[in-house]
Design a protein around this ligand. Structure first.
Ligand code: AFP
Length: 355
């Protein structure tokens, strides 16, 4: 191994070994890495794994499950059930949390995860990921669903795996956000992106614009200004990305800045957003804040939200500080009736396209 390469295991021993339950947390994150390596191997086989396509089953989200969704979920469930480091686990793919029971040993944490995020991209070979969040378990070790409903600011650790051209793990234990790349030849995760910092400014926004007619006015105002570029109030051009895989979007933002928006919309009034709070928004918000970024619902800090149910959905706006804070300001101006919606000159009275 070349000199000076910091492996995930060594990094964890040096950074969490001395904290409360630190040794157990380090061991738990090594277990997560083992599940990630198994899932990475499955994803890299593509259609050869026989795990592409869709199943007949529907998960609690009302979404058609993919074989890789189920296989990835099984990988995480197995490492958590056998590892003796958690008292319970909750997953996007399972209706209810699972308590760890004898003969399996319990530990001081709760694991919450989306085993395979962006799975609609599997069959077209676009990057997918896994997302995890680690919380403290009750002292007694006996868990009920309510034990998982902790605000995101109480997370002990969080991270994601990105199954792309390279397999990466990006995680935080509350002291910065750090990226590790899987060296497939030796099977180690190597520290390649220490202390990631998100640029405060950006010219790149990510949103599914097919939902535009459902957005709230502050979001419409913000996106219209970005699209107006140099001709509009922002006086500079913007670029747009949408991968439909949150892990890939967040990773791009951690690497070069950006703003990701899956805002509240009126598409389905029963859903205040698409993304799930406990195992998508909270872990990603922890990572983003630890990298100097901002994560909001548009009206409040996302990590302050007190969850009311395991699979609760929330609006998510996260990324480069100055852009997220601008959009939060637009929400406040709208809510107080002081907003100034942007009108493209192309559609004004004397514009090119007269209404
Ligand atoms: P899937 O896991 O069902 O593909 O959903 C992925 C996701 O939760 C998140 O990763 C994406 O950012 C978002 O949904 C994409 O949503 P749209 O398909 O509505 O663009």
């Amino acid at each position: 191994m070349p000199m000076g390469r910091m492996t995930l295991s060594k990094f964890l021993i040096e950074n969490v070994g001395g904290t409360r339950d630190g040794a157990a947390l380090a061991a738990l994150l090594v277990d997560v890495a083992a599940a990630v390596k198994a899932i990475a191997a499955l994803c890299s086989k593509g259609a050869l794994s026989g795990a592409t396509g869709s199943l007949d089953s529907i998960n609690v989200q009302g979404e058609t499950q993919k074989p890789l969704d189920v296989l990835s979920n099984n990988e995480f469930v197995n490492v958590f059930q056998m590892g003796g480091l958690v008292a319970g686990l909750a997953s996007e793919e399972m209706d209810d949390p699972i308590p760890i029971e004898a003969p399996n040993r319990r530990g001081p944490f709760l694991a919450v995860f989306d085993p395979l995020d962006g799975s609609s991209n599997i069959d077209v070979n676009v990057s997918v990921g896994s997302i995890f969040s680690i919380l403290h378990a009750p002292e007694s070790g006996d868990t009920v669903a309510g034990d998982y409903l902790q605000p995101g600011q109480r997370q002990v650790a969080a991270g994601y795996a990105l199954y792309g051209p390279a397999t990466l793990m990006v995680l935080t234990v509350g002291s910065g956000t750090h990226g590790f790349t899987l060296d497939r030849e030796v099977g180690n995760f190597v520290l390649t992106h220490p202390d990631i910092q998100i640029p405060a400014d950006t010219s790149e926004f990510a949103i599914n614009t097919s939902n535009e007619r459902f957005w709230e006015p502050p979001v419409t105002r913000y996106v219209s200004e970005c699209k107006a570029g140099k001709t509009g109030p922002r006086e500079r051009d913007f670029n747009m990305r949408w991968i439909a895989s949150m892990v890939a979007e967040v990773h791009r933002i951690l690497m070069r800045g950006g703003i990701f928006m899956y805002p509240r919309d009126t598409k389905d009034p029963s859903k205040p957003g698409r993304l799930r709070l406990l195992y998508e928004a909270n872990p990603m918000s922890f990572l983003v804040e630890q990298a100097g970024g901002v994560s909001s619902t548009g009206r409040e800090r996302l990590l302050d939200l007190v969850p009311s149910q395991i699979h609760q959905r929330v609006p998510v706006i996260l990324g480069s500080r100055n852009e997220v804070e601008r959009l939060v300001r637009y929400h406040a101006e709208y809510d107080t009736g002081t907003d100034k919606p942007y009108e493209s000159p192309l559609f004004s009275e004397r514009g090119l396209y007269r209404s």
